[in-house]
Ligand binder design. Structure first.
Ligand code: AMP
Ligand code: MG
Length: 397
């Protein structure tokens, strides 16, 4: 029995030690994961402030005529007193004086410059942003392991933090293997193909917070594999592609073993992706992805991305499956879960999953037209159209 997807994932997670924490300047923190909880060190806003341009006054003075005795503008508070029957001009974001309990928008007031006239009563508290009404000092803003997007970085800046504690980015070596590989842009000789996996995995790594080093593609000799792997093993993570099957020229595992990589598992109950190999050397995680590009992509999303997130201390690392409905019947595989390439169809464009024609593991160009990978669990017979299945969107990868 081959290892299930979930058991393989659990084994990988068991070998991850989150990377050390460093302070990261906010301008570099996008996409990182905060290592500790974030609490507000100040009240936010730090003072009662105006939500509108208008006049600050006592609500009990409306309706009526009031004398304008000064101004509070953003960054320049009004320092005088405010007696009954008095108002100050105020701008958005300016301090509301302690004696005032309401801001009346400029549009609701008639003014002759020195006096204002309020025709109707006003509700105390209107258009005043109370001190601490966003967060009070000591309140929790972010949980550990939260991904830092724009709003999270904005919140940290709003409470005055210039840096945030984040786990180090994993450094990842991408190593493609195969004597047949040429770099895109070069001419192809007979029997050669372009290296699709190198650029594809690099792109996938860009969206998983990793720093990437490219190792030149290794030809199918032990010597070339050794040189490439020695260099790659200096990193937190090694991602190789190709050379993990049973062919005479599949050398990644044996050379890895020679160099001290201890294999945790090889082969899993997944199509495409069965030959996936995973091992460790010290704290370095070593993923031997299959060479077929679709297999490489699927294994990256199911196993490598979660490992990279776990290294960064992300709160949630496992693939986020959604639920959809098959648009056509699909034969089940009795030995492995199938991750088929589907496109979205249906009036809402979201949840009807239509299998693409061309489900073989070399068909990366067809996969480029897919919206998602749908998971067809191991079994016999077929899943009928209308059956509910889990899917993983591909668009954001
Ligand atoms: P392998 O596991 O090395 O036998 O590779 C399986 C299949 O994937 C073969 O058809 C290879 O030519 C192909 N392949 C391996 N590496 C790449 C790559 N980097 N880009 C595109 N195809 C590849
Ligand atoms: Mg090969």
């Amino acid at each position: 029995m081959l290892l299930s997807i979930d058991d393989a994932l659990a084994l990988i997670e068991a070998h991850v030690t989150p990377l050390p924490v460093e302070e990261v300047a906010l301008e570099h923190a996008y996409g990182r994961y905060i290592a500790q909880e974030l609490r507000a060190a100040i009240d936010l806003p730090p003072f009662a402030s105006s939500a509108m341009d208008g006049y600050a006054l006592r609500a009990e003075d409306a309706p009526g005529r009031l004398t304008v005795v000064g101004e509070s503008s953003a960054g320049s508070p009004y320092l005088g007193g405010l007696r009954p029957g008095e108002a100050i001009a105020i701008s958005t974001g300016a301090v509301v004086p302690a004696q005032a309990d309401v801001v009346v928008p400029i549009e609701d007031v008639s003014s002759d410059g020195e006096q204002i006239e309020l025709a109707s009563p006003v509700l105390p508290g209107s258009f005043v942003r109370n001190r601490g009404s966003d967060m009070e000092r000591g309140d929790r803003i972010l949980d550990p392991g939260t991904r830092l997007g724009s709003a999270q970085i904005g919140a940290a800046a709003a409470v005055g933090l210039a840096t945030l504690p984040c786990r180090r980015r994993p450094s990842v070596a991408v190593l493609t293997t195969g004597s047949e590989l040429r770099r895109p842009g070069e001419p192809l000789a007979q029997g050669e193909i372009y290296d699709a996996n190198g650029p594809m995995l690099t792109a996938a790594l860009l969206t998983s917070g990793a720093g990437v080093e490219h190792i030149p593609a290794a030809a199918d000799t032990s010597e070339a594999h050794r040189m490439a792997l020695v260099q790659a093993l200096e990193h937190d993570v090694v991602i190789s592609s190709g050379g993990v099957s049973v062919g005479a020229h599949d050398l990644v595992r044996s050379v890895g073993r020679e160099l001290g990589v201890s294999e945790v598992f090889w082969r899993i109950a997944l199509r495409p992706g069965k030959p996936l190999a995973f091992g460790v050397r010290g704290s370095t995680l070593v993923f031997g992805l299959p060479g077929n590009p679709v297999s490489s992509l699927v294994c990256f999303e199911l196993f490598v991305r979660p490992a990279l997130l776990a290294l960064q201390g992300a709160a949630s690392v496992r693939p986020a499956w959604s639920s959809g409905v098959l648009g056509a019947a699909v034969a089940r595989n009795p030995h492995r879960d199938d991750l088929i390439r589907v496109r979205f169809e249906g009036p809402d464009g979201s949840t009807v999953l239509v299998p693409l024609h061309g489900q073989q593991s070399h068909q990366i160009a067809i996969t480029a037209q897919a919206g998602a990978l749908a998971r067809i669990p191991t079994g016999t017979g077929e899943l009928p159209a209308g059956a509910e299945v889990a899917y993983l969107p591909l668009l954001s990868f």
